[in-house]
Design a protein around this ligand. Structure first.
Ligand SMILES: CC(C)=CCC/C(C)=C/CC/C(C)=C/COP(=O)(O)OP(=O)(O)O
Ligand SMILES: [Zn+2]
Length: 465
């Protein structure tokens, strides 16, 4: 995928979107309370029907999207998991078998059986299998081979190639390291010099570009920041400028844009909202002493960008908990092999308490997702006037969970009731924000891969589910 070139939307396009979103909001504002409450409701049954039908159609062929079938699996299965809806047993078996056939002898997963192994589809396949959970699904992943594939994609400069002969970019670094971390095979060989590559992609604006010299973009910013956390090097980024850049991407429409001077889009609810969720747990918020000269500038940009309500500001004050030099080195399950315990960074990140409330206006974003992106007949879209698709359904729902839990102090605490817009039944499952998999599924996989260890690969046991 090429990096975005800078293209600025015209004033006319921007005004059209603002007008349309404004029209929707004023229409809903005039509704009687019962009707408004219905419109604010997640149309769970319709979404489940849309998603399940999509998954059923997946097995034979997906036409133009044939090379994206592991992605379609992930977008659909993750969306269902966020809604708390299990996949039926027969369909689950079909997906596991299909993805097993996508794993190339070299170790990476292709877009379909026999297709070129690729890091993006490897990430999608692994996240899908982890989300399905159970030993049949988890043990279908040949981790030794995945490790070999990741090593093959690793470049001497530190970055990764998306596929053999493919582009070296921030997505490749993220997908490789997210997969390695969640499968408990992350080591120094994979992590070496990745931080230098990501650093070279942080731009003068503060966000992160796909490759050095390109424009900062929300998709790459999430990937770059998550990668730096996975290798325990987030402090090397200019976090102050990064926060500035990301919080100012939330617009008057209440949703996020992907980059400056572009239109709002529902999928950035996750890419930008998710980046905020990660930033919330990082310095300078976690500093307990010594101060940080950037803290004032961060606080002022936050209050300027997100017009926080009194209720939001009244979140109980934080008690900083950081042990100074080393933010993430807390107790956690041991990784099989690596000198700085890179296998623990993802787990330990979860253990960190959040020292501030939401960095963006989480209530406004939910309003955009529910009223402008949601379709009552099922599925979510980029913006009014666009059609639904599984990608936007996945990332709008992922954005919703980020909003709902953005005021919770730790990964295992419940969402605060006032943080959920609409009826309480709107609450969706929480996620591990570094991997975007449902938290309980992450824990199950973490336990499973810790037990089987790095060197033991169970030969596809068919028994337990
Ligand atoms: C894990 C993984 C593979 C993550 C991918 C992250 C991601 C969404 C990257 C964005 C890529 C891109 C070229 C966007 C520009 O699209 P555009 O110009 O159509 O949109 P815009 O106008 O909103 O910038
Ligand atoms: Zn989008």
């Amino acid at each position: 995928m090429a990096s975005p070139s800078r293209v600025t939307v015209t004033q006319r396009e921007q005004s059209m979107v603002e007008r349309e979103v404004g029209r929707i909001y004023s229409l809903f504002a005039q509704l009687p309370p019962a009707a408004l409450s219905f419109s604010m409701e997640i149309q769970r049954d319709s979404h489940i029907e849309y998603l399940t039908n999509g998954l059923r159609r997946l097995a034979p062929s997906f036409g133009a999207l044939d090379a994206s079938r592991p992605w379609l699996c992930y977008w659909i299965i993750h969306s269902l998991a966020l809604l708390g809806e299990p996949v039926d047993a027969e369909l689950e078996d079909n997906v596991i078998d299909f993805l097993r056939r996508c794993q190339d002898p070299s170790g990476g997963y292709g877009g379909g059986p026999g297709q070129l192994p690729h890091l993006a589809t490897t990430y999608a396949a692994v996240n899908s299998l982890i989300t399905l959970g159970g030993s049949r699904s988890l043990s279908s992943i040949n981790r030794d081979k995945v490790y070999n594939f990741l090593r093959q994609m690793k470049q001497p400069s530190g970055g990764f190639r998306m596929h053999d002969g493919g582009e070296i970019d921030v997505r490749a670094c993220y997908t490789a390291l997210s997969v390695a971390s969640i499968l408990n095979i992350l080591d120094d060989e994979l992590a070496g010099n990745v931080g230098d590559f990501i650093l070279s992609c942080q731009t003068y604006e503060g966000g992160i570009a796909g490759e050095p010299g390109s424009e900062a973009h929300g998709g790459y910013t999430f990937c770059g920041l998550a990668t730096m956390i996975l290798i325990d090097e987030a402090d090397r980024l200019d976090l102050s400028r990064l926060i500035d850049w990301v919080v100012f991407r939330q617009g008057v429409e209440c949703g996020f844009q992907g980059r400056a001077n572009k239109l709002v889009d529902g999928c950035y609810s996750f890419w930008q909202g998710g980046a905020c969720a990660l930033l919330q747990k990082l310095r300078p918020f976690g500093l307990s002493e010594g101060g940080d000269e950037s803290a004032d500038s961060i606080n002022s940009s936050l209050s300027a960008a997100s017009n926080l309500s009194e209720q939001e500001n009244n979140l109980e004050s934080a008690s900083p908990q950081v042990d100074g030099a080393c933010q993430f080195k807390q107790a956690g399950p041991q990784s099989a092999s690596c000198s700085v315990n890179l296998g623990n960074t993802s787990y330990n990140f979860l253990e960190r308490r959040t020292e501030v409330g939401s960095l963006f206006n989480s209530l406004a974003l939910q309003q955009y997702i529910l009223l402008c992106s949601q379709l009552p007949e099922g599925g979510f879209r980029d913006k009014p006037g666009k059609s639904r698709d599984f990608y936007h359904t996945c990332y709008c729902l992922s954005g919703l969970t980020v909003c709902q839990y953005s005021w919770s102090k730790s990964a295992d605490s419940a969402a605060l009731p006032w943080a959920v817009v609409g009826p309480s039944s709107n609450l969706v499952e929480s996620i591990h924000p570094l991997h975007n998999v449902v938290l309980s599924k992450y824990h199950e996989a973490n336990e499973f891969f810790r037990k089987v260890g790095r060197d033991v690969y169970l030969q596809n046991p068919q028994s337990e589910r």
